[in-house]
Design a binder for this molecule. Structure first.
Ligand code: C5P
Length: 238
């Protein structure tokens, strides 16, 4: 398969066409951003790690019965995915209070939530990705009722699968963000990436952050903690 024209450059990935209009070529970049892109840094080695981690997780999810857009990893920093018509939603699931949830509701970081809390954000940079509910989604025609039902169902299954996966390597899945899109056959499929950029991962013994909070809060070297996540995931294959 050949890499074609650049279609889109996001905050951490470039997306290229291929000769097959249903397949996209994704390149993970050595780039980290925060505050909706207002802060941006080059981080050597990050693209490679997120590509490996995200590919690994999508493969594991498939083995656990969750389909995604992922086709295969084709190089250290690149993968092929099925092209989806993106549903402009960021779907967040929380198992432990942290981040914007703790701030907005004044709940102490680390408070266990005894059921998964599902949140929707409208993916629109111009509006800073506002928090929305299902009525807003319907009004804005972001997805049909059936699609919303499917998105919620799959998001909860992904949560269960990821909790189990990370628990096996002594990591607590605090929260994460996923995105969905419509496949050519109309089905809703999991898209984008699942990596320490999009999940809060805490070492289950020390509660140390093994994710992008290292960058957001200037806590040190993000590459070494992303490497730690990959090393632990790879232990699962041994
Ligand atoms: O910031 P907040 O607490 O709402 O983030 C919840 C989860 O969603 C975190 O794991 C964060 O990494 C992820 N997230 C993301 N992309 C965004 C916003 C949040 O991956 N634009």
């Amino acid at each position: 398969m050949e890499k074609g024209k650049l279609l889109y450059e996001g905050k951490a990935k470039k997306i290229f066409e291929t000769e097959d209009s249903s397949v996209l070529w994704i390149e993970y970049l050595d780039q980290a951003t925060a505050l909706n892109g207002a802060r941006k840094d080059e981080i050597q080695g990050k693209g490679l790690l997120n590509n490996q981690i995200s590919s690994f997780i999508f493969k594991q999810l498939k083995a656990m019965g969750v389909e995604s857009h992922f086709i295969k990893k084709i190089s250290k920093t690149e993968q092929l995915v099925n092209s989806l018509q993106i549903v402009p939603l960021e779907v967040v699931i929380r198992n432990v209070a942290a981040g914007s949830f703790s701030k907005r509701l004044d709940v102490k970081e680390g408070t266990l939530i005894d059921f998964p809390i599902l949140e929707f954000y409208y993916k629109e940079d111009r509006l800073d990705d506002p928090f929305i509910n299902e009525d807003h989604m319907k009004f804005l025609e972001l997805a049909t009722e059936d699609e919303i039902k499917e998105i919620k169902k799959v998001a909860l299954i992904v949560n269960e699968a990821l909790i189990e996966l990370f628990k096996a390597i002594d990591i607590t899945l605090v929260d994460f963000k996923i995105e969905f899109g419509r496949y050519i056959d109309g089905r809703i499929l999991l898209g984008d990436e699942i990596s320490p950029d999009t999940c809060r991962l805490w070492d289950s013994k020390t509660n140390q952050s093994l994710d992008k909070d290292i960058y957001r809060k200037n806590l040190g070297d993000m590459v070494s903690v992303y490497q730690e996540v990959l090393d632990r995931l790879e232990q699962l294959e041994k």
